[in-house]
Ligand binder design. Structure first.
Ligand SMILES: Cc1cc2nc3c(=O)[nH]c(=O)nc-3n(C[C@H](O)[C@H](O)[C@H](O)COP(=O)(O)O)c2cc1C
Length: 219
């Protein structure tokens, strides 16, 4: 038996991986960054095969790990963690600079690591990228953002494509239940005071900010 709740006991940091090819920029939030060796530093990152950032990294073989700090604006995580670079210019509203032609955040990070892909291992839905560090920089001493801080202090969640996503258990489904098609947030009429159908037209998803039309009924 696999008790998925034990996965919630694993601790993680949060990062934005950025990459570029020619003038095309991509980036996504990940929690799966681990240092593997120290002498010739190598870092492992797990990225969903459907993420546009995965495609750009495979083409350019270069990326930057932006180490998020507790000061990062939650909107930045929403943009980079719930939308796709395929159809969204994620850099339109963020302050960034180009480092080795790769966009690097200028705020909400405490350091960055530039790396070159040395191997890619396919694991089911994800690819594990092994990245050789070529340069890196500490920006400030702000606390690194942890998953725990993001969930508890910033009230953040994770979408289906994050390796840590756990499907919410539904105990009572006598009334309609709706799911946000962008971020997976559940609006459950069995638990809410106001039924979904009676929410005002300008109501927005509390996690990713999209309108009611982006919710689908799931029962
Ligand atoms: C808190 C959080 C953690 C995430 N962790 C990962 C991760 O480790 N690997 C991954 O592939 N996606 C992860 N994601 C999901 C991607 O950021 C998301 O699918 C993003 O929209 C992909 O964007 P892209 O298509 O521009 O690459 C995470 C998202 C959030 C909000």
């Amino acid at each position: 038996m696999i008790d998925k709740n034990v996965f919630k006991k694993l601790s993680y940091g949060l990062y934005i991986i950025t990459s570029s090819k020619m003038s095309e920029k991509a980036g996504c939030v990940v929690n799966t960054v681990t240092q593997i060796t120290s002498h010739n530093p190598v870092i492992a990152i797990s990225i969903n095969k459907d993420n546009y950032t995965n495609k750009i990294i495979k083409e350019s073989k270069k990326l930057i790990i932006n180490v998020l700090s507790e000061k990062v604006n939650k909107d930045v995580i929403t943009t980079f963690g719930f939308y796709s670079s395929k159809d969204t210019d994620k850099f339109a509203n963020v302050n960034y600079e180009l480092v080795e032609n790769i966009p690097t955040l200028n705020e909400g990070i405490n350091g960055y690591i530039v790396g070159e892909v040395i191997s890619i291992t396919s694991v089911d839905t994800h690819d594990i990228f092994l990245v050789k560090v070529t340069s890196s920089k500490v920006i400030n001493d702000d606390n690194s953002l942890t998953y725990k801080y993001y969930q508890e202090n910033m009230k953040g969640s994770s979408p289906k494509k994050a390796p840590t996503y756990i499907e919410e258990e539904i105990k009572d489904d006598s009334k309609p239940i709706y799911r946000c098609m962008i971020c997976g947030h559940i609006y459950d009429d069995n638990k809410e005071d106001v039924p979904f159908a009676s929410l005002p037209d300008d109501w927005k998803c509390p996690v990713c900010g999209v309108g009611k039309d982006k919710f689908e009924r799931i029962n």
